[in-house]
Design a protein around this ligand. Sequence first.
Ligand SMILES: Cc1cc2nc3c(=O)[nH]c(=O)nc-3n(C[C@H](O)[C@H](O)[C@H](O)COP(=O)(O)OP(=O)(O)OC[C@H]3O[C@@H](n4cnc5c(N)ncnc54)[C@H](O)[C@@H]3O)c2cc1C
Length: 400
Amino acid sequence: MTLMATFEVPEHVRPIREKVTRFIEDRVYPAEPTIHAGGEEANALVRELQAQAKSEGLWALGHPEELGGGGMPFLDYVFVNEVQGRSEFGQVALGTYSLQDSIMLHKYASPEWRDRYLKPLVEGEIFPSFAMTEPDVASSDPTQLRTTAVLEGDEWVITGRKWFTTYANRAAYTTVMCRTEPDAPPHRAFSMIVVPTETPGYTVVRETPVLGISGGHCEVDYDHVRVPGDNLLGPRGHGFVIAQERLGPGRIFHCMRWLGQAQRAFDLMCHRLNERVAFGEPLADKQLMQKHVFDSYAEIQGCRMLTLHAAQKLDRGDQARVEIGVIKVVGARMLHDVIDRAIQVFGAKGLTDDTPLSFMYRAARSGRIYDGPDEVHIQAAGRRVLEEYRQGRGWDFGLR
Ligand SMILES: Cc1cc2nc3c(=O)[nH]c(=O)nc-3n(C[C@H](O)[C@H](O)[C@H](O)COP(=O)(O)OP(=O)(O)OC[C@H]3O[C@@H](n4cnc5c(N)ncnc54)[C@H](O)[C@@H]3O)c2cc1C
């Protein structure tokens, strides 16, 4: 049966979505300057927000119930995720930062590692981290990754260097993508191995700020790091399969949060246009300013429909590889361009920290690179569509 895509928030999701919106706007927005500044005051404020979210039934809403989460179905949760994404700190405040890692551990980890990490992960007591990218190879092509893991007796010995491991400097463990099968074909040569960050030989070399923001992106050296054999996730050589399972729904969540950020920028832009007067009339009356509204409207709405369509395909068991690749690219561009226009409308003020736009803009720029740069997704989606034509099936948008 073909289901029609729904783009409006379903009736039964509206009350909880409204509660999350209020939490983000009334409590997380005012906390942003302190959290940006970092340090103990920031940590205490995050813990306070987390405690409030737990006591108000807003914690980890998208995590499966058996893991202690709210158990919201995927297609309901995407709408909540959208409003949670209006603030960069929404995920941490509402306990959803660990969603992809919890699901990965739940599905693939040994009973010992599930016991050790899952509950504290969902409770927000520990941070996870995930390491694929390496400084010395073009990591857009992960078949080139050089970090190795060799089984010696019943221990994996890991050697190599990763960077851009987000939150490695505060995480309890890192899931590391390692070459374990040197003689296998490239897509079966890698495995995922869980490495507790206190393991000897695991050293955070430095944090690399991104466009001036300290986001916890770390370079990490692995010098003969030894971990037990059963720290392996899933079967040997299964690294690409696990990475793909992790990234698919992850990209839907990224895009929905980006839509939340874009909504915030759009709101700020429209209010400013109505309030600010130049050359004898509100900015809102100037056609060039109206074009900013038009372009942003079209991009947000278009991206929203593409994203929800991809989410619905994924929910029906389709891998939606083309659709997810497209939204990753369109979503990141949309976000960048909408915030860029909002900054333009604000003039010099848009570049200061007097509005959230400066931070949002810098964070948005990364979206075109992380989880695979635009070009990789464009190439893969283009190839897949062309292959459908080569096979004689074509691509009928009305039926896809
Ligand atoms: C904020 C942020 C957080 C991140 N968090 C993590 C994390 O937690 N864990 C992790 O492992 N990694 C993380 N990354 C790393 C990110 O996933 C990689 O940077 C990304 O996959 C690209 O790899 P690379 O930087 O090695 O670029 P390269 O592979 O060196 O590519 C450089 C450029 O070459 C071009 N290019 C690449 N391939 C093609 C192609 N096929 N066709 C045409 N042009 C191409 C693109 O323009 C690309 O930007 C993060 C990155 C950022 C910015």
